[in-house]
Write a protein that binds this ligand. Structure first.
Ligand SMILES: Nc1ncnc2c1ncn2[C@@H]1O[C@H](COP(=O)(O)OP(=O)(O)OP(=O)(O)O)[C@@H](O)[C@H]1O
Ligand SMILES: [Mg+2]
Length: 324
């Protein structure tokens, strides 16, 4: 500005005829300066007030889309930065809202699942105390039922502990090579009584006994137990078969049943916490819908993912891969 005025002064001195007074030259320059200063001041104040009104609108939640953000013409690059900041803020807020929803849904589900067995146990105990304890026809079965509900409570609590450990990244895995056949065979031995109680055939297809897989055996046991338990729970007749396919760098473990199957609509949701296709059937079998959520987390911690194929009325096939 100063430089411009100086140049103008020199130009006027050069152009004006001799004898023109100093003030005659200075006054137009001063008027010019004032005009320029006024113009710049106006422009700055317009820009500042456009920034102020955008900040105010964001603070008052009056802006819902980045497209609604308009700054003064001269602030194009600032406008694009503000838009980016707004989008980032919006994403963070949406994520926090989502977390809050998930958290309160989770708490609601947990309280509901805890209340059901506690009410049942309370009911059996009260009936026994009210006199049923002396009735040999019911006293034992009431105690057994109450006991069954405490077992369910116990397994619900261990599932909850697992979920919270996994989600807070406190579950430490210890990866080792182990013999796959020996491992699967021993897990299946534990489940044989359950399968025979339902007249189901539970079999492990033979494969190379020396084949080794890489992973955390304890956590993988939980995965196989969950998948095979589900297969048994949701199959009324036929078989549950476990097979292993050897691939170039991995092994694929497949759990296949001839059960009720899962509809296309429900398939994407079965890994959600507490999701059950048929709540009554699942609850009657002692399920809370946490099993597959835990399976998914553990398999993902092995750098893999669970695949499912299912046809309603024909059966389901769950599979995942491990490094070999
Ligand atoms: N092999 C299967 N066949 C048919 N439906 C299945 C099968 N496995 C899982 N499902 C469906 O997916 C739902 C979620 O399974 P998940 O293992 O998470 O829960 P759950 O078995 O009901 O209870 P939990 O495992 O906590 O005891 C089940 O309730 C069931 O509806
Ligand atoms: Mg289950």
């Amino acid at each position: 500005m100063l430089l411009l005025s100086g140049l103008l002064l020199l130009l006027l001195l050069f152009l004006t005829p001799e004898g023109t007074g100093f003030w005659t030259l200075l006054i137009p320059i001063l008027i010019f300066d004032v005009a320029v200063l006024y113009y710049i001041g106006e422009k700055r104040s317009r820009e500042l007030s456009s920034i102020e009104s955008v900040i105010h609108a964001i603070r008052k939640d009056m802006i819902t889309s980045a497209e609604d953000i308009h700054l003064d013409k001269g602030l194009k690059s600032l406008q694009s930065e503000v838009k980016k900041m707004f989008l980032r803020l919006q994403n963070d807020i949406n994520y926090l809202k989502h977390l809050e929803r998930v958290r309160s849904e989770f708490l609601g589900n947990v309280s509901h699942e805890l209340r059901t067995p506690i009410f049942a146990i309370q009911g059996f105990l009260e009936t026994l105390l009210d006199g049923a304890i002396d009735d040999p026809k019911v006293n034992r079965s009431f105690l057994e039922k109450a006991n069954k509900h405490t077992e369910n409570l116990n397994s619900l609590l261990s599932d909850l502990i697992d979920i919270s450990m996994i989600e807070s990244h406190e579950m430490h895995l210890s990866f080792r090579y182990f013999k796959l056949f020996e491992f699967l065979d021993s897990v299946l031995q534990e489940l044989l009584p359950r399968a025979s109680a339902k007249n189901l055939q539970l079999k492990l297809h033979p494969f190379r006994e020396e084949l080794k897989a890489f992973g955390d055996k304890n956590r993988l046991k939980q995965v196989i137990l969950n998948l095979v338990e589900n297969a048994i729970k949701y199959t009324d007749q036929g078989s549950v078969e476990i097979s292993v396919e050897e691939e170039e760098k991995s092994v694929k473990i497949i759990v296949k049943d001839t059960g009720i199957g899962i509809s296309r609509r429900d398939l994407p949701r079965i890994f959600e916490r507490f999701f059950r296709v048929d709540k009554d059937r699942s609850r009657a079998a002692g399920g809370t819908g946490l099993g597959l959520a835990i399976v998914k987390h553990i398999v993902e911690a092995h750098g893999s993912s669970v695949e499912v194929e299912s046809i309603v009325g024909q059966g389901s096939e769950f599979s995942f891969r491990l490094k070999k």
